[in-house]
Design a protein around this ligand. Structure first.
Ligand code: G3P
Length: 217
């Protein structure tokens, strides 16, 4: 399973990247706003740091302008994936940009039918939003499962990029179901290391190290 980091914060990306935990990065207008940086400038910096796909989202809602924006975004670096919303115009832009040979991430997916359309339009990635479905008492994981089944039934190569991940359990469940990629905030990825028995066990070892004055160096 690939790990993408859902942020435009350079330091956070660099920390995880140094550990080999970053297979790509996803950004969106809200994350760019949070960074306070210029979209082109910060996206270039991310692309210079990370080898894998870096999603940068268009701002337009009509296909023609989305395509023009996409063509400008892909000039930033070879690893740009143009992110377009799951609308009819977004699908048109997806088809044109993928036909041009660019990676496209179709975002704001909330149904399996939408995911089916994105695959038909040649999307490289489909981004189902798990947390936002859970927020309205629907089951985000059920959507990931449905898309996995449908894509496998017909051999679609579009990668399932589980997004809007809010907890370590979202990551675990996505891995169990077989999502190709998860994108999560750095804090959620780092929280995967936590376990109370690890802390308890380490405390006991540290106490014995002190009691027995165990030294290696
Ligand atoms: O990249 C988009 C997605 O991950 C947003 O997450 O938490 O704002 O629903 P969230």
């Amino acid at each position: 399973m690939k790990f993408f980091v859902d942020t435009a914060e350079i330091d956070a990306i660099a920390e995880l990247n140094d550990l080999g935990m970053v297979d790509g990065v996803t950004t969106n207008p809200s994350l760019i706003k949070k960074s306070g940086r210029d979209i082109i400038e910060v996206t270039k910096e991310i692309c210079d740091l990370v080898d894998g796909p870096v999603s940068a989202e268009v701002t337009a809602t009509d296909a023609e302008t989305m395509i023009a924006e996409g063509r400008k975004l892909v000039e930033i670096a070879e690893n740009i994936a143009v992110k377009v919303p799951l609308t009819w115009d977004g699908l048109k832009a997806c088809k044109t940009l993928t036909d041009d040979g660019h990676m496209v991430n179709v975002t704001l997916c909330f149904s399996a039918n939408q995911a089916l359309l994105a695959a038909k339009a040649g999307a490289s990635f489909i981004s189902p939003f798990i947390g936002r479905l859970d927020d309205i008492n629907l089951d985000g994981m059920e959507l990931i499962e449905d898309i996995r089944t449908i894509y496998d039934n017909f051999g679609f190569e579009t990668e399932i990029l589980a997004a809007s991940i809010r907890s370590v359990n979202h990551i675990l469940d996505s891995a169990r179901i077989g999502a190709d990629v998860i994108t999560a905030p750095p804090a959620v990825i780092k929280a995967m290391v936590n376990h109370p028995l690890t802390d308890k066990g380490l405390d006991a070892f540290l106490a014995d190290i002190k009691a027995a004055d165990i030294k290696i160096l």
